[in-house]
Design a protein around this ligand. Structure first.
Ligand code: KG4
Ligand code: ZN
Length: 332
């Protein structure tokens, strides 16, 4: 069978996206509309506003993705849409659109778990990445260590007991008045700061299970801010270093518990952070493992990763009925 051509749709948070990807890793087109301007006045994503914005732009983005690729809807082999987890209004917009396109074109639907999109995205960027690999999935909603053993085969080794890493970045940005979205703002501020300036905790570092915790770190940032003795870039840099130290320690712990994987992989929005990438690259080197991190645009939410996960699932014979539900919560 020649490599299938998949139309992917993403709308689970605050990015609306459509992409055409072939099973041979060719990205024919990818279109994305962010919603920063809609949510910035509120300092965070407002679910109802997000859903309305997805409704407005998803159709035109699908048309643009098809036009850019020079492909007609009837020529795709399947339609892949994020079916969760995420903000339910947005997820429903993308999934219902996917169902309508699948029905009208007479093509199969692949309901993709957004986390699976992140988990498999490194294989879109790197043809040599084989299973099983250890994945640190760090996004706005999740912080997990997963052993990716195959398509649909994910062994969760650790998760966060409170906030996700991206959430910690976003909350810290808000506390420090750095704006929204928080992760890139903290990274920029941190570039001018001293990571050793402010003593901050490293929650759970050294503990037996490789789990994560970031809530205490956020409270410590609040106290450091209110103490009024530290410059904002110093707090940002010290916070970022504390997160990096936690991610590194927990990843080392997980590596100590499994047979050597083929690679250490980092994905999800926080994987766009250069300090995070650099530190994990060192962990991989210590363990003589390949280090794989998708390009920055593929780390944050996009539809190419959904189309690619759709291609992997489609090739494994995994398609879904048109009554597949949208799910706000959906552990991998
Ligand atoms: O994967 P993603 O785009 O959406 C979710 O599925 O959550 O991740 C978004 C998260 C946000 O919390 C954002 O602040 C964080 O990723 N992020 C970053 C950076 N870029 C995005 N965190 C730290 N440094 C960055 N450069
Ligand atoms: Zn995501």
């Amino acid at each position: 069978m020649s490599a299938p051509l998949i139309l992917g749709l993403e709308s689970s948070c605050d990015e609306t996206a459509a992409a055409l990807v072939r099973g041979d890793r060719t990205i024919l087109s990818h279109k994305l509309a962010g919603q920063e301007a809609h949510h910035a006045p509120f300092g965070g994503v407002v679910p109802e506003i997000a859903a309305r914005a997805h409704v407005e732009v998803l159709g035109p983005l699908v048309e643009a993705a098809l036009a850019d690729a020079g492909v007609k809807l009837g020529e795709v082999d399947a339609i892949a849409a994020t079916a969760g987890p995420g903000l339910i209004g947005g997820v429903m917009v993308g999934l219902v659109t996917g169902k309508a396109l699948a029905l009208s074109a007479g093509k199969p639907l692949v309901a993709v778990n957004h986390l699976e999109g992140h988990a498999l995205s490194p294989r879109l960027a790197d043809p040599d990445l084989a299973f099983p690999y250890l994945l640190l999935l760090v996004s706005g909603g999740h912080c997990q260590l997963l052993l990716v053993e195959g398509v649909g085969a994910y062994r969760r080794l650790a998760t966060t007991i409170d906030d996700a890493a991206g959430e910690a970045f976003d909350k810290t940005a808000k506390l420090l008045g750095l704006g929204f979205p928080g992760g890139p703002a903290v990274e920029r501020a941190a570039a001018d700061g001293d990571p050793r300036a402010v003593p901050l905790p490293r929650p759970l570092v050294g503990s037996g299970e490789p789990h994560f915790s970031f809530a205490g770190l956020k409270s410590a940032v609040l106290r450091a801010r209110d103490a009024g003795i530290h410059a904002t870039p110093d707090i940002a840099a010290s916070f970022q270093q504390a997160v990096v130290d936690c991610l590194v320690d927990r990843t080392r712990r997980a590596l100590g518990r499994i047979a050597p994987p083929t690679a250490l992989v980092v994905a999800g929005g926080v994987a766009a952070n250069r300090a995070v990438r650099g530190a994990l690259e060192q962990v991989a080197a210590e363990h003589r493992l390949r280090f794989v991190a998708p390009p920055l645009w593929l780390c944050t939410d996009n539809a190419a990763m959904i189309a690619w996960a759709g291609a992997e699932r489609f090739q494994a014979g995994l398609t879904d009925a048109l009554d597949v539900p949208a799910r706000a919560r959906w552990p991998l």
